[in-house]
Design a protein around this ligand. Structure first.
Ligand SMILES: C[S@@+](CC[C@H](N)C(=O)[O-])C[C@H]1O[C@@H](n2cnc3c(N)ncnc32)[C@H](O)[C@@H]1O
Length: 261
């Protein structure tokens, strides 16, 4: 029997983060071939920051992307190539390289920045974007699906694209009631930032994350949302089903976890 990750990546013997049991022998360990700690440490390499900066050059700039790009350039200039920084974009670029996702679910698309990070590395991936397109989110225009479609074209996305518009607390249960067999290789939760809302989004999507796949959770160190770290720890990091990694102390912080079983 193949692991979900092996099914998602049938062309490799040791697909994604999962070893699988394709050789027909027993599987003594849960089917992960690398821990989140190990991957997270690699994602702090300067190359991923350079690639995040290059991605920002390809999409439509806004005040926030301009700010983050300047922040990364200045950190590297002052503290050298060993300067350590991670955010949702560097993590999604790194995970997309490792997992080669065929299916990606994102709650909280906004202007498509994080969706483009995945699409730029996995151009044929089926992207599922859930958003209610709150006007002027964080003080920046939030134009909606047509704008995001244009951004995805800029980064060369060629695969299927599905937008699910509306409040995720309604649209996710409806979507999974209609698609109970659907599994995702990669999931990002970055929509409702209230403690209860973010926790509910995690609980709604985690059963549909493939074994060997990864879930990303943004803003665990955001001064306006201090409760998100506790939501992540209680819902995912403390759960033995997951191998998790968090980056804090610089920027707004980010976490991801690999599903072990
Ligand atoms: C932080 S932004 C997403 C940023 C994006 N992931 C990125 O990295 O560029 C949050 C987005 O979530 C959406 N959102 C907030 N609450 C939501 C909810 N309950 N259901 C669906 N979308 C929601 C907002 O409209 C906004 O576009």
């Amino acid at each position: 029997m193949q692991s979900d990750a092996a099914k998602a990546n049938p062309s490799t013997a040791f697909p994604g983060t999962g070893a699988g049991d394709g050789a027909g022998g027993p599987s003594w360990y849960p089917p992960l071939l690398i821990s989140a700690d190990d991957l997270g440490a690699r994602f702090l390499e300067p190359a991923l920051r350079d690639e995040a900066l290059a991605l920002m050059e390809r999409i439509t700039p806004d005040p926030y992307t301009d700010y983050v790009s300047a922040f990364m350039r200045e950190g590297a200039r002052r503290f050298g190539p060993g300067w350590r920084y991670a955010d949702i974009i560097t993590v999604l670029l790194g995970l997309s390289d490792v997992l080669k996702p065929r299916s990606y679910l994102e709650i909280g698309v906004r202007r498509g920045r994080s969706l483009c990070a995945v699409a730029s590395r996995a151009p044929s991936c089926h992207l599922f974007g859930f958003d209610m397109w709150q006007a002027g989110y964080a003080g920046i225009e939030n134009p909606g699906p047509d704008f995001v479609r244009g951004e995805l074209e800029r980064v060369g996305h060629q695969g299927p694209l599905t937008f699910v518009n509306g409040d995720s607390h309604k649209t996710l249960p409806e979507f999974f009631a209609r698609n109970p067999e659907q599994r995702f290789d990669l999931i990002t939760v970055d929509g409702d930032h209230s403690a209860e809302g973010a926790r509910q989004d995690l609980l709604d999507v985690l059963p549909y994350l493939a074994v060997g796949g990864a879930v990303v959770f943004d803003d665990i160190d955001h001064p306006t949302h201090p409760e998100l770290l506790d939501v992540w720890n209680r819902t995912v990091a403390d759960n033995p089903c997951f191998s998790s990694w968090s980056f804090r102390g610089l920027g707004y912080g980010v976490s991801f976890a690999l599903r072990r079983f």
